[in-house]
Design a protein around this ligand. Structure first.
Ligand code: NAD
Length: 475
């Protein structure tokens, strides 16, 4: 198991920063000790990435495409091992790590391998006499990629694959709770033949992230994490006029229209709220249900939630794993207390199952109202809040009454209702009659305080390139 950082093609313990531990959330046991990268380590990583930039950017597109495809193959070959490591460090059950995280990572490398040979500029007819005019898309330089703990590998892949496909070099900072799979991936990148310095990994917490954001040699920061930290990064990057992409928090509404088939929508809604133990930025957290049917919906949702097997990734039947840390479980529990103190009803769950680890039984809160903190703030855990509505005209305003705008779901058998709501809801992604899904070709990102910019699809290429205008005098 790799625990050192990767700087300029060398594995190193860094320059003496304090050590920190990473734990198995299913048991609370320490898995490994790592070193926090100091500002000097970050500087060394950025310097290595800057030195590697020109030859990497000059690599022929077809060669880069072949290399990205080889990376995808290697990840796939080591898929079981990587999934087990992700589960050990993050707590994901195997259906999540093996069924989503690894295939999603592979898919992004293959998708952007395809783009590497399809990056074009344009020639444009200008109204200036005697000139030829064309545009070129060029890489940005050194990109700092800062990743959260909930989906360490896929979220890294959404950034790393397009950054490499377009000829950038990178310094990655994984989350301090979940660095191990990123370090193993870095080893696979070396094995695939990625030149030294093109990909560097610095381990550590917020201070390491801050040093990366502050470094003058970094052209762009791509950050996924909380809205509070995103605001700080945007402010710092703004002062330095660095490019920035931000994928931030969410509070996704799931709108159950009056005509929806309740029996058919319960399971995908429970899945949408509880996948990865609710530690998903796009998790369904606010369920808006017609007051006439809200009791039926709440009882059926609680029925499904209370029967989902909770357990560690080593249990092949487990669907709900632990929360990532003791602190995070305590934070989710505080939200349950706040919710009930504000008048919500705990219909099921919220208890700690027997045994060690940071487990929490999935909870359903009934009688939630729009003003309650559980309806407004991101909980990022297995807590489903059900709210009643009286008038369908209220639905879009209720869904939009949030600082967040990452994702939303709409359930209706009427195409007009579903389409109108999808147009009215302020969210970067809307799913109609389906559980959350992602695809490397589908743009991903948030409106309002859920972020700036988009990842995936063409948006991923746009996010890691800049356009140059070239004018040539013809006479
Ligand atoms: P976080 O903001 O605490 O940390 C994210 C990363 O930023 C970590 O690597 C952390 O070490 C680093 N960091 C912390 N403070 C920093 C600072 N001041 N400067 C630079 N780096 C800093 O978030 P988290 O708790 O790890 O992740 C959960 C959050 O991520 C949730 O809000 C969730 O909604 C969000 N998220 C969003 C998406 C999306 O696609 N929009 C996806 C996953 C998670």
């Amino acid at each position: 198991m790799r625990t050192e950082m990767l700087i300029g093609g060398k594995w190193t313990a860094g320059s003496g920063g304090p050590s920190f531990v990473t734990r198995n959330p299913a048991t609370g046991e320490v898995i490994a000790e790592l070193s926090e990268a100091t500002a000097a380590d970050v500087d060394a990583a950025v310097t290595a990435a800057a030195a590697a930039f020109e030859p990497w950017a000059a690599m022929l597109p077809a060669a880069r495409a072949t290399l990205l495809w080889r990376i995808a193959d290697l990840i796939e070959q080591q898929g079981e091992e990587l999934a087990a490591l992700e589960s050990l460090d993050q707590g994901q059950t195997l259906p999540v790590s093996g069924g989503f995280s690894i295939p999603n990572l592979v898919e992004h490398f293959r998708y952007y391998a395809g783009w590497a040979t399809k990056i074009t500029g344009s020639t444009v007819a200008l109204s200036v006499p005697n000139v030829d005019y064309r545009t070129r898309r060029e890489p940005l330089g050194v990109c700092g990629l800062i990743v959260p703990w909930n989906f360490p590998l896929p979220i890294l892949g959404w950034k790393l694959a397009p950054a490499l496909a377009t000829g950038n070099t990178v310094v990655i900072k994984p989350a301090e709770q979940t660095s191990l799979s990123t370090l193993r991936l870095a080893e696979l990148l070396e094995e695939a033949g990625v030149p030294a310095g093109v990909v560097n990994v610095v381990t550590g917490g917020p201070d390491t992230g801050k040093a990366l954001v502050a470094h003058p040699g970094v052209a762009k920061i791509s950050f996924t994490g909380s809205t509070a930290v995103g605001r700080e990064i945007a402010a710092d990057a703004g002062r330095a006029l660095k490019k920035v992409s931000l994928e931030l928090g969410g509070k996704a509404p799931s709108i159950i229209a009056a005509d929806a088939d309740i029996d058919a929508v319960i399971e995908p809604n429970a899945l949408g709220g509880l996948l990865n133990t609710g530690q998903i930025c796009a998790a369904f957290t606010r369920f808006y249900v017609d007051r006439k049917r809200v009791d039926e919906f709440t009882a059926k949702l609680a029925g499904v939630a209370s029967h989902l097997p909770v357990g560690p990734a080593t249990d092949p039947n487990a669907l709900i794993g632990p929360l990532v840390s003791e602190e995070h479980r305590a934070s989710v529990e505080r939200y349950l207390e706040t919710g009930t103190a504000e008048g919500a009803r705990l219909v099921t769950g919220g208890g700690r199952p027997e045994g060690g680890g940071y487990f929490l039984e999935p909870a359903v809160l009934g009688g939630v109202t729009q003003d309650m903190r559980v309806a407004r703030e991101e909980i990022f855990g297995p807590v489903l809040s059900v709210l009643a509505y009286d008038d369908p005209e209220e639905l879009a305003p209720l869904a939009n009454d949030s600082e967040y705008g990452l994702a939303a779901a709409i359930w209706s058998r009427d195409i007009g209702t579903a389409t109108r709501l999808a147009n009215e809801v302020k969210a970067g992604t809307v799913w109609i009659n389906m559980a959350p899904a992602q695809d490397a070709a589908a743009a991903w990102g948030g409106m309002k305080s859920s972020g700036l910019g988009r990842e995936m699809g063409w948006a991923g290429i746009d996010a890691y390139t800049q356009v140059k205008s070239i004018w040539t005098a013809l006479a």
